[in-house]
Design a protein around this ligand. Structure first.
Ligand SMILES: NC(=O)c1ccc[n+]([C@@H]2O[C@H](COP(=O)([O-])OP(=O)(O)OC[C@H]3O[C@@H](n4cnc5c(N)ncnc54)[C@H](OP(=O)(O)O)[C@@H]3O)[C@@H](O)[C@H]2O)c1
Length: 289
């Protein structure tokens, strides 16, 4: 790990901005879906991908918020190709409708960024009666990825460009329940820990990407799947965690924009279709697992 803010071999550090890191990259002709694009990391990812010419489909549950983000991006970048489509990851029927609507558009799909998430919620059930964090963070993205995989395979074949699937996980994947993922107790309200349930869902993001990656290689498909920790960024994610929110405000508020730069490594990786392994020089390292 490099010391905080020191440049690594790529020439970038944790204080580099997303724009700096993607400077000179032309993403024209690529299409990306980003879940949870209505705030935080998803919004900044959308903005910078659009700036680099990528056609971005913002998959959002709150269409009004999605439209506001889209308007702000188009105002800043008049050439931006950004669309918002409705997706509620806590509902299997919404996911199926989104995938079906997307396929009907006949758009190609080069990049899928499974970014949306909730953290440390009180015990709640999804629309399909599954613990909310596991349902939203993992199962929703798992189903979405499966439903879009054929389109991605077709796109990578026709375009001869490597497709990319990225699960935005978290360092918290290291802190699930003591036994790991409680497959037989997902809905156990009595033993529920909001933090461990978040860790469990983020561990599932990592395992999903690992297994998908293995299968894609086995099938000789030109798509890669990875998961990563995006760094520590003050966003709406902390709405359910009062104390943590307070600490994050003190430590990270002034650095919000700078720390978003960690995400830029993802953008660079996605757009350049290359791996950068020197991603570990932030206070909370960004890691490709
Ligand atoms: N921020 C950090 O320091 C940090 C650290 C590690 C990992 N992460 C990961 O980074 C990802 C993005 O988080 P963030 O920090 O950008 O948080 P955020 O600002 O709260 O963004 C989360 C996004 O997910 C959306 N979302 C939540 N539930 C959804 C659902 N059921 N269906 C569709 N969209 C839903 C939210 O939509 P609404 O606006 O409608 O709520 C929002 O757009 C998450 O996966 C998180 O676990 C973040």
């Amino acid at each position: 790990m490099w010391p905080f803010c020191r440049k690594g071999p790529s020439g970038f550090s944790s204080s580099s901005t997303a724009e700096e890191v993607t400077q000179g990259i032309d993403g024209t002709g690529l299409t990306a879906i980003i879940t949870g694009a209505s705030s935080g990391i998803g919004t900044e990812t959308t903005r910078v991908l659009a700036l680099r010419g990528v056609h971005v489909i913002m998959a959002v549950r709150n269409m009004a918020a999605g439209r506001d983000v889209k308007e702000a991006i188009v105002k800043e970048i008049p050439t931006a190709k950004v669309d918002a489509m409705e997706l509620d990851l806590s509902s299997f029927s919404s996911i199926r409708k989104f995938a079906s609507d997307f396929k009907s558009s006949n758009l190609p799909l080069n990049i899928l960024i499974n970014n949306a998430g909730v953290m440390a919620t009180p015990f709640m059930l999804s629309k399909d009666n599954i613990e909310l964090q596991f349902a939203t963070n993992h199962l929703g993205h798992f189903l979405l990825t499966n439903l879009l995989l054929e389109t991605m395979k077709k796109t990578s074949k026709q375009s001869e460009k490597e497709g990319r699937i990225v699960n935005v996980s978290s360092m918290a994947h290291r802190f699930p329940y003591s036994e790991g993922i409680r497959f037989d107790k997902i809905n156990d309200k009595l033993g529920y820990s909001s933090i461990a349930a978040y860790g469990q869902s983020k561990l599932a993001n990592v395992l999903h990407a690992n297994e998908l990656s293995r299968r894609l290689k086995e099938e000789n498909v030109n798509i890669t799947a990875n998961s990563l920790h995006p760094g520590a960024i003050l966003t709406n994610l902390f709405r359910f965690s009062g104390i943590i929110d307070g600490i994050y405000c003190i430590i990270f508020q002034k650095k919000k924009r700078g720390i978003l730069s960690l995400l830029s490594y993802l953008l660079r990786q996605v757009l350049l279709m290359e791996f950068i392994f020197e991603l570990c020089y932030s206070r909370l390292p960004i890691t490709i697992y």
